[in-house]
Design a protein around this ligand. Sequence first.
Ligand SMILES: Cc1cc2nc3c(=O)[nH]c(=O)nc-3n(C[C@H](O)[C@H](O)[C@H](O)COP(=O)(O)O)c2cc1C
Length: 355
Amino acid sequence: MYRLIRWILFLFYPERIHYILIKVLRGLKRFYITTPILRLIYNYKNPSLEREVFGVKFRNPVGLASGFDKNCDCYHLLSDFGFGFIEVGTLTPQPQEGMNKPRVFLLPKDEAIINKNGSANLGVRHAVYILKRNKCSSPIGANISYCEKTPQNRIIKEFELAFEYLYDFVDYFAINVSTPNSKDCGVVKSTEQLSEILDSLLTIRNMYDEYRPILLKVTPDISNSELDEIIDIALVSGLDGIITSSATFRRENLKTTQKNLSRIGDGALSGKPLFNRNLEIVKYVHAKTRGQLPIIACGGIMTPQEAKQMLDAGCSLIQIFSGFVYKGPSIVKKINKYLVKCHKEQSANQNCKAK
Ligand SMILES: Cc1cc2nc3c(=O)[nH]c(=O)nc-3n(C[C@H](O)[C@H](O)[C@H](O)COP(=O)(O)O)c2cc1C
């Protein structure tokens, strides 16, 4: 069924369809019956799926990655699709228009998406306005960053502003130090600067009574030695976790023709092609930190089996974006059902061995 719907949806410009779907969902949410129906169809509960990571309780480990609900338009509705948590944003202190359209492209042959929307968002004030009004049944993370034209010496201030504005309204923070715009634009230049950003946010957090975990979202385009530096910073500063990863600027082993790729040009690529590198990163970080640093695996997870592989590699939670677009909303339930099935099989095997 979703294949047919997808075929029709994919005929139109993705950002337009995304906008229309959000409007439709928000319209439907006004009817009392929408939430129970969606929950009946898409939710799947089981105690073995529940977990507590960095002090936050999750009903299942499958989250929605940032970029899907940038402006907090429908996080409360998306949680009805069975997600264990929703990450909103990337949000910046001021609204940003981002790049000119078209800036989102589907690559169906690769089950991938290229985006160059450059953290387009309506800013933290707009997000808080909505977050205050709509409660959500799942934890919400806020992915925050700085505005693109910010001079280097103002970057920390921008993170602080976004952090303080959202602090009372979300359950965790994801710090995004690279904008998904172009590979050179707006990137935090050094690990020293990264440390300074994290230190300042950790200091601000100490002033609040309530604890909000702070995670760092990393790019898959870094070498293992660069990853080592980030791990060191994370462990020394007392970061609560790492999200691996955002989209890639690489274009290796794609089925999409070179002609089409050249037509699209630069941009960050998400989806299936990310899976292998991300699996490697999860294993690497897990081994290096001896499991001390919680990991959220994100990137290229398109099937329940791939979700399980990531969890087995050492992550505590997973996030999907392209999988939701290509496989449809039922992917969340499918992953959760598969995890429960594997858990039951594992428990049965252990019982057999014990006997
Ligand atoms: C259209 C689009 C917009 C995105 N916007 C953001 C964003 O604003 N901030 C961010 O940290 N990641 C953003 N991402 C990256 C996703 O959060 C995720 O890291 C990436 O897509 C890999 O996951 P996937 O392979 O499941 O899609 C975006 C991805 C897409 C496809």
